[in-house]
Design a protein around this ligand. Structure first.
Ligand code: ATP
Ligand code: MG
Length: 239
């Protein structure tokens, strides 16, 4: 079972948006995704509760209840045929919890927004992943998602410059759009919106989805993602 953890202690960076949209994508491909919500605010759980029978069901397990630690018991509760678990994590999670939260993760996605405070917080998050959770760069498990990028703004350029300075792949660049807000209200992902409405957003996930796909076949320490594609998308947003 593939395990994807969405993590950034900075509040409001887009963790739930990334987790729920990924879950919606895997639901459309028949992977039977499950959400594990470690956030006491239970935003992912609320999202699934908005989902109607029109869309494939997505189970969400409330992992914040009980002892407060991440146990493996969730695995027992996964629906048969569940191929992917997406873990939504809370804001302000302390670095000392990173080893527990990232244990067994195939992928750790770190969404970051274009603001000075978010950039600073994300630099610490990456450092803690490497030093406290002991994720090795060469395992290529960490991917950064630039979120709410606005075309042609100074702060978005600053974010891209910062991300370019890290030796961690930028796997997606998501624009700032009400589509994510609407999708959250409806319990769907942009993949489940009409094509005329969300085509641009669906495209912005393709590089990440390909990266996840190629990683399944990879052994650790193999070459990184096709960064050219991300760069092209980023260039499009920044012109
Ligand atoms: N690309 C985007 N465009 C527009 N709105 C967005 C985008 N990404 C996230 N949002 C909105 O920003 C808000 C915060 O996003 P989200 O809840 O995903 O962040 P979070 O990291 O899970 O927050 P928390 O740390 O509180 O759990 C939400 O209202 C969400 O709909
Ligand atoms: Mg959240």
């Amino acid at each position: 079972m593939e395990r994807i953890v969405v993590l950034n202690p900075k509040g409001g960076s887009g963790k739930t948006t990334v987790a729920t949209n990924l879950a919606a994508y895997f639901a459309t491909t028949g992977e039977n995704p499950m959400l594990l919500d470690l956030d006491p605010q239970a935003s992912s759980a609320r999202w699934t509760s908005h989902r109607t029978a029109e869309h494939p069901p997505i189970d969400c397990i409330d992992g914040a209840k009980g002892s407060g630690t991440v146990t493996r018991s969730w695995q027992m509760r996964a629906r048969p045929g569940c191929n992917v678990v997406i873990v939504d994590t809370p804001a302000a999670v302390e670095a000392r919890r990173f080893p527990e939260i990232t244990r067994g993760a195939d992928t750790i996605l770190v969404p970051v927004m274009p603001s000075e405070i978010d950039i600073h917080a994300t630099a610490k998050c990456i450092a803690d992943l490497l030093l406290v959770a002991k994720i090795r760069r060469e395992d290529n498990r960490i991917g950064i998602i630039a979120n709410r990028v606005k075309a042609n703004t100074l702060v978005s350029r600053t974010l891209m410059k910062f991300l370019g300075s890290l030796d961690i792949p930028l796997v997606a660049t998501l624009r700032d759009t009400q589509n994510y807000v609407r999708a959250a209200q409806l319990g769907i992902g942009v993949f489940e919106m009409p094509a005329w409405q969300a085509r641009q957003d669906v495209e912005s996930w393709q590089n990440l989805l390909e990266w996840l796909e190629t990683k399944k076949e990879q052994v650790p320490s193999t070459p990184k993602i096709p960064q050219q594609l991300t760069n092209a998308m980023t260039a499009q947003l920044l012109v």
